[in-house]
Design a protein around this ligand. Structure first.
Ligand code: PMP
Length: 301
């Protein structure tokens, strides 16, 4: 999209460039967000899904790094809406805010670094297929844990863990990977949270399982409660995922994508299950602006 936010101004995206000496490029000292914008159904307008919540997590990620940017929550929301207006997207889109160590400082010492803030936007349709049923594998790469690079914070450097798991899965013919915690429980996908259904109960790995606390995950939990679907946040064994009745991934990119198999074991009937179907239908109706009850989740551009 033509415009980006860079060094305090909206400028043409092709001019928003950093030096190869930038500390964040060397060490992954940056935090980011990934936010979706959708065209409103039946209208020539768009809106952004859970913008305020994404920036709360963004600021928490900076807090975990014990660093700050000279923007408060209200200002982050304001400049994002300003940029989205200026880009005037005619398709669904994706917003990528990033706060990065902008110094030309050789040391990775966070206490000496100053973080700058930028945003770019791109058009985005499906990131993972939503209708065909995902083929996943359990990765041999362990999920980074809270005392290594906290998964709870969306830190760029931590994504090498996702990159390794994703690329190895794709090279082996899978759509994505599930990663496990150090003690062998399912944490999450490379860029999405994991849900499964057993005996009518929707189950997802807890916040203490080295996951990114997904905004979509939180939304799905709320929808399940509103639809009177029992929900449990608890540890999931690897083999329990094989015998689930249904399973899906949730995330800003993934949206709500059902899983057809894990490690070549067919999940349930090998078709999208009824609980997943119900949640997916409601989720897409909400993000298109068709559910008044959830309109507080949408910010009009
Ligand atoms: N886990 C990881 C590792 C992710 O990168 C993402 C995508 N941001 C998610 C989960 C899903 O989080 P959200 O629903 O907030 O996009």
């Amino acid at each position: 999209m033509p415009f980006a936010y860079f060094q305090g101004k909206i400028i043409p995206a092709e001019l928003a460039k950093v030096s190869i000496m930038t500390n964040a490029l060397q060490y992954g000292n940056a935090v980011f967000a990934g936010i979706r914008g959708y065209q409103t159904s039946g209208k020539k307008s768009s809106h952004i899904f859970r913008l305020a919540d994404h920036y709360s997590r963004f600021l928490n990620s900076l807090k975990i790094l014990n660093t700050k940017i000279p923007y408060n929550h209200a200002k982050l929301v304001e400049v994002t809406l300003e940029l989205a207006k200026k880009n005037n997207a005619k398709t669904d889109f994706y917003i990528r805010p990033i706060a990065y160590a902008a110094n030309f400082e050789l040391s990775p010492d966070l206490s000496r670094l100053t973080f700058d803030f930028a945003i770019y936007m791109i058009p985005l349709g499906e990131y993972l297929p939503i209708h065909k049923g995902l083929k996943l594998m359990i990765s041999s790469w362990t999920r980074i844990n809270d005392n290594m690079i906290p998964s709870r914070a969306k830190i760029t450097g931590g994504y090498i863990n996702s990159s390794l798991a994703k690329a190895d899965a794709v090279n082996l013919g899978f759509d994505d990977a599930l990663m496990m915690t150090q003690d062998g429980h399912i944490a999450e996908g490379s860029a999405a949270n994991f849900f499964m259904v057993r005996d009518g109960v929707l189950i997802t790995s807890p916040r203490s399982a080295d996951i990114l606390e997904g905004i979509t995950r939180r939304s799905i939990i709320q929808l399940a409660q509103d639809l009177s679907i029992p929900i449990s946040e608890r540890m999931i064994d690897r083999t329990e995922s094989y015998i689930a009745d249904e399973a899906f991934l949730s995330g800003t990119g993934a949206q709500l994508a059902w899983i057809a198999s894990i490690d070549s074991r067919t999940i349930g009937t090998g078709k999208m299950g009824p609980v997943t179907g119900k949640l997916q239908k409601l989720f897409f109706s909400i993000v298109r602006g068709n559910e008044r009850k959830y309109s507080s989740w949408l910010s009009k551009v």
